[in-house]
Design a protein around this ligand. Structure first.
Ligand code: ADP
Ligand code: NMN
Length: 207
C-alpha cells in the first residue's frame, strides 16, 4: 500500500477516509473511530461556508462541490491543533484517551481520522496525512444513495456534483498523490475489516 507510514519518531498517525459523496465515508469513519485507540475525527462537512457565501455558477447551480465552498484554512488549523497536542485535542472533543488509570502520555499512539469528499486536492492538507484512502462507488450507485434532509435541487447531481467529482479525481490522479482505493460496493463489514486491519498493520503494530 502506498502512503507514508507513521512519521519517524512521532507517536501519532493521521488517517483519512475518503472520498466520493455518499460512498460510505461517514459510515466507515464512525466504525473506525469507535474501534481505534485514542481516536479523534475531523469531518470536512463541518467546514462548509454559509449558504450565502456559496457562489452560483453559470450553470445556475450553487457550487458546493469545489474547494472554494469550504474553509480549508480552518480545517488545516484544526488538524494542526491535533498534531501539536493530540491529548488536549481529544479531551476538548470529549474523546477518552488511554482507558484505565494510567495518565495519558505523549508516547501513546494517537490517531486522527479525517473524513471528507475533497481531501486530496488541497496541498497543505495532503501533506499532513500518513495514510490515505479513497472510497469510490460508480455513478449509478452514488446517485441512488444520495439523499439529504434538504434534498438536492433537480439536476444538481448530474449538472454539478458528478462532473466535479470526476474533475477532482482526475486532478488528484494527475498530481501523483498516493492513495489506497477502496471499493465502496463492498459491504460495510468488509470495508471496515479491510481498513481496520491496514491501519493496525501500518500504524499500531510498528509503534
Ligand atoms: N458499504 C455500504 N454498502 C451499502 N450502502 C452503504 C454502505 N456504506 C454506507 N452505505 C449507505 O450509503 C448512504 C451514504 O453513506 P454515508 O456513510 O453517509 O456516505 P458519505 O459519508 O460518503 O456521504 C447511507 O444511506 C449509508 O447507510
Ligand atoms: N445541497 C445542499 O444544500 C448541500 C449543502 C452542503 C453540502 N452538500 C453536499 O455535500 C456533499 C459532500 O458531503 P458528503 O460527501 O458527506 O455527501 C457535496 O457533494 C455537496 O454537494 C449539499
Amino acid at each position: 500500500m502506498p502512503g507514508s507510514p507513521q512519521r519517524p519518531g512521532s507517536p501519532q498517525g493521521s488517517t483519512p477516509s475518503a472520498l466520493v459523496t455518499n460512498g460510505g465515508k461517514t459510515t466507515l469513519t464512525n466504525r473506525l473511530v469507535k474501534a481505534l485507540p485514542n481516536c479523534c475525527v475531523v469531518h470536512q462537512d463541518d467546514f462548509f461556508k454559509p449558504q450565502d457565501q456559496i457562489e452560483v455558477g453559470e450553470d445556475g447551480f450553487k457550487q458546493w462541490d469545489v474547494l472554494d465552498s469550504l474553509d480549508m484554512e480552518a480545517m488545516v488549523s484544526t488538524v494542526r491543533a491535533w498534531i501539536e497536542n493530540p491529548v488536549k485535542f481529544a479531551r476538548s472533543h470529549g474523546v477518552n484517551v488511554t482507558p484505565g488509570s494510567r495518565e495519558p502520555s505523549s508516547q501513546d499512539t494517537h490517531i486522527l481520522v479525517i473524513e471528507g469528499f475533497l481531501l486530496y486536492n488541497y496541498k497543505p492538507l495532503i501533506e499532513l496525512f500518513d495514510l490515505r484512502y479513497y472510497l469510490a462507488v460508480p455513478y449509478d450507485e452514488c446517485k441512488r444513495r444520495r439523499s439529504y434532509t434538504v434534498p438536492d435541487p433537480p439536476g444538481l447531481f448530474d449538472g454539478h456534483v458528478w462532473p466535479m467529482y470526476l474533475k477532482h479525481r482526475k486532478q488528484m490522479e494527475d498530481s501523483g498523490v498516493d492513495v489506497v482505493y477502496l471499493d465502496g460496493l463492498k459491504s460495510r463489514d468488509e470495508l471496515y475489516n479491510q481498513v481496520f486491519e491496514d491501519i493496525h498493520n501500518k500504524l499500531l503494530n510498528c509503534s
